[in-house]
Design a protein around this ligand. Structure first.
Ligand code: ARG
Length: 553
């Protein structure tokens, strides 16, 4: 690994072992970037207590055994007992050179795990909301990072494609005509279709041939596997897929139809799930419903909260399906780790599902399940983002607006560009800004959706990173050089250059950390720091007009 912190950490650790005995060799030496040197080791303070000696004395003892002459040009004890470490320029240059030659850019290859990754998961015949946008963007980022780290990621798009509303939706589809423009709405504005069906249902007469009664009969037909009804259901799902794929293509996420594993996938397992839970004595009938009561899950007045696996009318619900996802992912997908990138409000649901699955023996101890909790996206009023009329925000309209706003800035600043180029830049900046807003904050915190902030050229934003990237490109363009041909000598002389090189060397460790902690915002923070280092470098170290040829290279 190229990371200087890692290298220094190992060196200080072996000095600790040599100075105080092997039982100290695994002490964390706490290496941090410092304003007084490149890095500072901070092990002495904690060790001083353990050893009953003064921190400065401890540091001196470490120094005596510390062998870093090939890495550092200056090592000194400072303050109450820190060790300041200043790297050698030739070491930094050599490490940076290796990074340039490494197609993995210093990112380690980890021992590959099978990782089913549940993300996006919108619902058929419903609008994707900003919450789905966030699980899609965060989930896709994790998928890419984990794959790059060497894992086998199995994307699982758990779309909501089953349940009682489908009776009403199918009847509405029949009423408007399967190939009508109203049905086509499912591919562009699914909520409009859903609302129309709802209105028809709510205003229906009570007769046996009226809409509501037909819709209820349709649910029964669907559940009993009636062929014609299934065909209509597949039609609804197919139209919704067109809509999902439009959004995915717009966002540039990696999900395809092959990754769909919707709720209906598990229908054939649900009876068995219930039967096994009942026979193992884990579930019991309560008020006609089959329920699991788990220790530690209580609601108001300490009343136990049930996990309902079969409703009193015999229907199965969200919990039953999710129990089946666990069995499928463990048994068939051979999961080592299962990740669910889902809204934070569902935390309790997952805890109960997994506790039940562990009890039933479906989730072995060596398989870890993680809920990557997605915080809410709020509007300016601090409430869940809605349009002014109170309707949920249409995702495509939101993306359109981001691109439009970016386009207005481009049109103003670059009237010289042709329309096609301006459109392309607007698309990259607009979509990039929205995605980056999701990635740059910790996934489990709430944030306020604010176009002005997302699209700002300064601060931790997509456009700021894109701007840094454009600056690099422009150096190459003006120098008549291809990026891929950048194979010059590397020398490190100026401060800004040194800071930039040190940042670059951290990359691999950061990516590994993102995969271990499942926190894409750490990569964003890193890239923001990197872009800032680049900006300082760009301002202080002119490349094309450098004093010497070596510097220019
Ligand atoms: N469709 C659900 C929703 O819109 C999310 C499903 C998440 N995944 C899961 N396995 N429960 O809230």
């Amino acid at each position: 690994m190229a990371d200087p912190q890692e290298v220094l950490s190992r060196r200080v650790q072996s000095a600790l072992g040599a100075a105080f005995g092997p039982e100290f060799a695994d002490t964390d030496p706490v290496i941090r970037p410092s304003q007084f040197a490149d890095y500072q080791a901070n092990a002495a303070l904690a060790l001083a207590k353990r050893l009953g000696r003064k921190p400065r004395e401890v540091s001196a003892a470490i120094m005596e055994k510390l062998d870093v002459s090939d890495v550092c040009r200056d090592v000194e004890v400072s303050g109450p007992g820190f060790i300041n470490l200043t790297l050698r320029e030739d070491w930094i240059a050599e490490r940076t050179r290796r990074l340039l030659d490494d197609p993995r850019l210093g990112v380690p290859l980890q021992e590959g795990q099978n990782i089913p990754l549940d993300y996006s998961a919108p619902n058929v015949a419903k609008e994707m909301h900003v919450g789905h946008l966030r699980t899609t963007v965060v989930g896709d980022s994790l998928a890419r990072v984990l794959e790059f780290l060497g894992h086998h990621v199995i994307r699982q798009n758990h779309i909501g494609d089953w349940g009682t509303p489908f009776g009403m939706l199918i009847e509405h589809l029949l009423a408007v005509g399967e190939d009508s423009p109203e049905a086509e709405l499912l591919t562009t504005d699914p909520n409009a279709f859903y609302q129309a069906a709802r209105t028809e249902f709510d205003s229906s007469g009570p007769g046996p041939e009226d809409f509501a009664a037909r819709a209820r009969r349709r649910v029964v037909l669907l559940q009993s596997g009636d062929e014609e009804t299934l065909r209509l259901w597949r039609k609804l799902v197919g139209l919704s897929k067109v809509y999902f794929n439009k959004v995915y293509a717009r966002l540039g996420v990696t999900l395809t139809d092959d990754d769909l594993a919707g709720e209906s996938t598990y229908n054939h397992m649900l009876a068995d799930v219930c039967e096994e839970l009942e026979s193992k004595g884990i579930a019991e009938i309560s008020d006609g419903a089959l329920c699991v009561f788990l220790e530690g899950f209580t609601g108001r007045e300490d009343k136990p909260v049930p996990l309902i696996v079969r409703k009193s009318d015999g229907g199965y619900g969200y919990a039953t399906t999710d129990l089946a996802t666990v069995r499928h992912r463990v048994d068939d997908l051979k999961a080592d780790r299962i990740l669910y990138v889902v809204g934070a409000p569902q935390a309790m649901h997952f805890k109960m599902v997994w506790a039940t699955a562990r009890k039933a023996g479906w989730l072995p101890d060596n398989v870890e399940t993680v809920h990557v909790q997605i915080g809410n996206v709020l509007g300016n009023d601090g409430k869940i983002l809605r349009t002014r009329s109170g309707a949920p925000v249409r995702l495509i309209a939101l993306l359109d607006e981001a691109v439009e706003r970016a386009g207005a800035v481009v049109a103003q600043n670059r009237p010289d560009l042709d329309a096609a180029s301006r459109d392309e830049i607007a698309r990259m900046v607009g979509i990039g800004a929205v995605k980056y807003a999701d990635l740059s904050v910790a996934h489990d915190t709430e944030y306020t959706f604010d176009f002005d902030r997302m699209l700002a050229l300064n601060g931790n934003t997509g456009p700021y990173l894109q701007y840094a990237q454009a600056r690099i490109r422009s150096i190459f363009r003006k120098g008549g050089l291809e990026l891929s041909e950048a194979r010059g000598r590397i020398t490190v002389s100026q401060d800004a250059e040194r800071a930039l090189a040190l940042k670059l060397l951290e990359f691999g460790a950061v990516v590994a950390q993102v995969g271990d902690l499942l926190q894409p915002h750490r990569l964003s923070s890193y890239l923001f720091d990197l872009a800032q280092s680049l900006t300082a470098f760009y301002e202080h170290c002119p490349v094309l007009t450098a004093d010497t040829e070596a510097e220019r290279e």
